[in-house]
Design a protein around this ligand. Structure first.
Ligand code: AGP
Length: 610
């Protein structure tokens, strides 16, 4: 996610803004900038790259003034570049704005502005807002902001300043976090607490639909909709710096597990056309004609991203009948894969820098395949070299163990599979609408699981001394079992295996003995009876079984020792829900063992070497 900071007070703004942005560096970014008003004009300094690059600019040409805004950009619309970095400003440089989020309808708004003769300097959705402001302004900044915000759809946290009104800052929050820091003779805007913690511990946490108007001596909170004053509790932050960076969570991994509903909502933004109830990928190069010409799809990735690809296979084949082959990148790149010009190769990578996956992308392109990347980093090598990108909008993932990126990758596969099927006319309108409705419910369903997860911690603590654990499942549940097993191994260091449940009797059942811990995933109704048989097989050898199943499968209780229930959804979409308990089990087991949850031994977040 992008980082925002704003300042208005009696001190020079420049260093407060740049130091505040440095406190947001942990969120990940690809460019940074500030805008400062000296009371008569606004000066903007911004650049692609680290904050050091911005500070070198400021050493050559500093900016004076006691009012300003700053931004670290995590590219979603438009590649990392000087022009795309924030703050953005209108043609006359009267207004300046920073933004965190996605403006879903920016293309139509931009088209209108272009037709009115507005010239753009960037590819961003944000720049649309500041040009709309310039056209809506009739002498009152707050009114202009309210007028413009009513035209926007999507997720946005904004900080706005205007040359004509150098005594105020305006902030707006809708679906992207924003706080107001209250100081003595100075006030602050920030997307996250660490940016302002050294100046004040008293903050208002804005709600969706709130507008804040800051002067150096006063903060007033209003409803964007009605302009009525709103009352928000002034919260005293007692966290230290490190706790603040984790939003109060003990580890980044837990923070990122609990960020999944927002990551899913952000990944959905702009991808369902509400009017037609069709999936849309604005800017996708793959044409409907090219889609009908695809005779095979290859999915290539590493680790958790590979496990997402296994789910992608099931979903794409089920909805489109296009054959799909999934491979780990380190195998694909050396096995002379039979990809050709009628193949679509989908490479999946959170970081977009994994060496094996990048090499696989190049091998697929060399053999004539079109390549589409599903990645969380828009400016990454994989994103740049792919023919098409479907970005996950999970925000920076800091913990080595991938959680929110994985579920966002699953959502990207779901959206893309429905898109392929709708373009191939392989879905009826009713089927398509039903699937899209189910996708929209997933973020809230994940929230429900997370809100009722206390029993998972006690189970995790009960298995912390196990030497071996077994995950079993069939179909999509087997794909999720593989991910659950990897999560447990990589952060608890407990050995575990994931088996296709039907395989047990072909050898691995020999491993089951009295007290062996087994986690069985049982979410696919058509395989339910088969799974009951497999659970009975392992129980008969003394296994202790935790069943993860749908709320309506109450009869499973009779077959297992413990059960973890998840809400029902479209069968194809259950992996996004069934993986949540597995993520939490791995987290709490690792925590109980006193491991370094965020930085497990021997592992790196991005494997940029073979
Ligand atoms: C995730 O939990 C793992 N740490 C690891 O397997 C990771 O998924 C893999 O290295 C691929 O990384 P990428 O998605 O950045 O390409």
């Amino acid at each position: 996610m992008c980082g925002i900071i704003g300042y208005i007070g009696n001190r020079q703004a420049q260093s407060i803004l740049t130091n505040g942005l440095r406190k947001l560096e942990y969120r990940g970014y690809d460019s940074a900038g500030i805008a400062v008003s000296d009371g008569t004009s606004i000066a903007v300094r911004k650049a692609k790259g680290r904050i050091d690059v911005l500070e070198q600019q400021l050493e050559q040409s500093s900016v004076q003034g006691q009012l300003g805004i700053g931004h670290t950009r995590w590219a979603t619309h438009g590649r990392p570049s000087d022009e795309n970095s924030h703050p953005h400003f209108d043609q006359e440089g009267i207004f300046s704005i920073v933004h965190n989020g996605i403006i879903e309808n920016y293309l139509e708004l931009k088209q209108d502005l272009l037709e009115q003769g507005v010239s753009f300097t960037s590819e961003t959705d944000t720049e649309v807002i500041v040009h709309l402001l310039a056209r809506a302004y009739e002498g009152d900044l707050v009114t202009a902001v309210r007028t413009v915000v009513k035209q926007l759809r999507g997720a946005f946290a904004l900080a706005v300043m205007c040359e004509h009104e150098p005594d105020k800052l305006v902030a707006v929050r809708y679906a992207s976090p924003l706080i107001i820091g209250v100081g003595q003779g100075e006030n602050f805007i920030a997307s996250d607490i660490p940016a302002i913690l050294e100046h004040t511990r008293d903050v208002f946490v804005l709600d969706d639909g709130d507008m804040a108007i800051l002067t150096k001596d006063r903060v007033s909170l209003h409803s964007m909709e009605t302009d009525e004053p709103v009352v928000r509790e002034l919260v005293r932050i007692e966290w230290d710096k490190e706790q603040a960076e984790k939003d109060g969570y003990e580890h980044y991994m837990l923070k990122e597990i609990y960020e999944q509903p927002r990551a899913l909502r952000n990944t959905l933004v702009g991808r369902v056309d509400e009017r037609t109830q069709k999936v849309a990928f604005p800017g996708l190069n793959l044409t409907p004609q090219a889609i009908t010409g695809i005779d095979k799809i290859f999915i290539v990735a590493c680790g958790t991203a590979y496990h997402a690809g296994l789910v992608g296979k099931y979903v794409i084949e089920s909805l489109t009948q296009i054959p799909v082959e999934v491979d780990v990148a380190s195998e694909f790149r050396y096995r002379r894969p039979l990809v050709g010009k009628n193949s679509l190769t989908i490479v999946v990578s959170q970081s977009g820098e994994t060496a094996d996956t990048l090499a696989a992308l190049r091998e697929a392109k060399r053999r004539g395949s079109t390549v589409l990347a599903i990645t969380n980093v828009v400016g990454s090598s994989i994103a740049r070299e792919a023919d098409d990108v479907v970005a996950t909008i999970a925000g920076p993932e800091i913990a080595v163990a991938s959680t929110k990126a994985y579920t966002s990758q699953l959502l990207a596969f779901y959206l893309f599979a429905v898109y392929l099927a709708q373009e191939k006319l392989a879905l009826s309108e009713q089927e398509r609408k039903q699937l899209i409705q189910a996708l929209k419910q997933l973020p809230e369903q994940v929230e429900n699981i997370l809100d009722n997860a206390d029993h998972i911690r006690s189970f995790a603590e009960s298995i912390r001394h196990e030497k071996n654990l077994f995950f079993i499942g069939r179909g999509l549940d087997y794909a999720v079992a593989l991910e659950g097993s990897l999560k447990l191994k990589e952060i608890s260091y407990i050995h575990s295996e994931a088996y296709a449940a039907g395989e047990l009797k072909h050898g691995t059942l020999a491993l089951i003995e009295e007290g062996t811990q087994v986690i069985a995933l049982v979410t696919q109704a058509e395989l339910f009876e088969k799974m009951i048989s497999n659970i009975t097989e392992v129980k008969a050898r003394g296994a202790h079984v935790l069943g993860i199943t749908l709320e309506e499968n109450i009869e499973l209780h009779r077959s297992v020792d413990e059960v973890c229930l998840i809400p029902a959804t479209e069968p194809l979409f259950t992996p996004i829900l069934s993986v949540i308990p597995l993520q939490l089990i791995s987290y709490y087991t690792s925590l109980a063992l006193g491991n370094d949850v965020d930085r497990p031994r021997n592992l790196a977040k991005s494997v940029t070497v073979e």
